[in-house]
Design a protein around this ligand. Structure first.
Ligand code: SF4
Ligand code: SF4
Length: 290
């Protein structure tokens, strides 16, 4: 049996990207930044279970199953059933699965924990989803006892529809939160970022960077940030490697300017306190490119 892996107590997020494949195709999807190779070659169910069960997590820190769409992993249910009972599980999903089948295999109790936000976070993408059917599923799951919230991204193109859907959900007692759009649209950059020049910048700089997240790619490799994960760049070791340990230190990076918005945006931490950023960056030096 492989030794346990201690997750540092200040870590705020653990993400298992079960697969980057998805059953929808949203035009603003951040996963389009990854090549087609990433949509294949994921760990099998047994391997995910073995890898994730090694983690010794700080109190209240769940493992978030995400993707892509995590439920399209062919062994999704096996993975959830195989994780240690003391590991809390969160799920980021587009909710395209059959909730009746889901409820027969995963009980509301398995996904419930003492937290200020719901363990199932379903995102509404107006471009690719039918609102009525999403809302119906969420109400059904809520009535079954799942802790579930809908999220909508305030993309400038979808803003009116997101706010309309939010009002209609709230009128029925369903929680619907909005998120900033992070990206470029019609020549404008959207999002609130901690470090000036970190995203969508033609000028690339060197820096030192340290993360507060454990990001586990589809093949069990771990990464410093979403930029590295989506580009399969500079992995920090694989969870299936017996000697793997988390190196919680500042590391040199030559990609500042190409950071992924998710890593440098200002957001809530897991205790819902505002002003958190996933990475700390220091000693930014001008650099003429990669
Ligand atoms: S549902 Fe999510 S993962 Fe799937 S295409 Fe849309 S944004 Fe991407
Ligand atoms: S500086 Fe940006 S690209 Fe480099 S490791 Fe940090 S978040 Fe990733």
């Amino acid at each position: 049996m492989s030794p346990a892996i201690a997750v540092p107590s200040h870590y705020n997020y653990v993400a298992a990207f079960l697969t980057l494949a998805c059953n929808l195709k949203c035009s603003y999807c951040i996963n389009h930044l990854s090549g087609p190779a990433q949509k294949k070659g994921f760990l099998k169910g047994e391997e995910w279970i073995q890898a994730l069960n090694r983690l010794e997590l700080p109190t209240d820190l769940p493992i978030t199953l995400q993707g892509g769409e995590p439920t399209v992993h062919p062994h999704f249910y096996q993975i959830v059933k195989g994780l240690r009972e003391d590991i809390a599980i969160d799920l980021l999903t587009n909710l395209q699965f059959n909730p009746i089948e889901f409820s027969k295999i995963i009980s509301p109790a398995r996904l419930k924990r003492d937290s200020q936000y719901a363990s199932i976070r379903a995102t509404y993408h107006p471009e690719t989803m039918a609102w009525g059917s999403l809302l119906e599923k969420v109400i059904w799951m809520k009535e079954k006892g799942y802790a579930i919230t809908i999220y909508g991204i305030l993309h400038p193109r979808d803003q009116v529809e997101i706010l309309r859907a939010q009002a209609s959900a709230q009128a029925l007692g369903v929680e619907f939160k909005t998120k900033e759009f992070l990206g470029e649209y019609e020549g404008q950059i959207y999002g609130s970022y901690r470090f000036q020049g970190a995203v969508f910048n033609k000028d690339i700089s060197k820096c030192l960077c340290k993360t507060s997240e454990l990001l586990i790619g589809v093949d069990g490799n771990t990464y410093r940030c979403h930029h590295d994960l989506y580009n399969k760049f500079n992995h920090q070791g694989n969870l299936l490697d017996k000697s793997f340990a988390i190196n919680d230190s500042f590391k040199p990076c030559e990609r500042f300017g190409n950071c992924n918005p998710c890593d440098v945006k200002i957001k809530n931490n897991r205790h819902q306190q505002w002003d958190h950023t996933s990475v700390e960056i220091k000693q930014i030096e001008n650099y003429s490119g990669i």
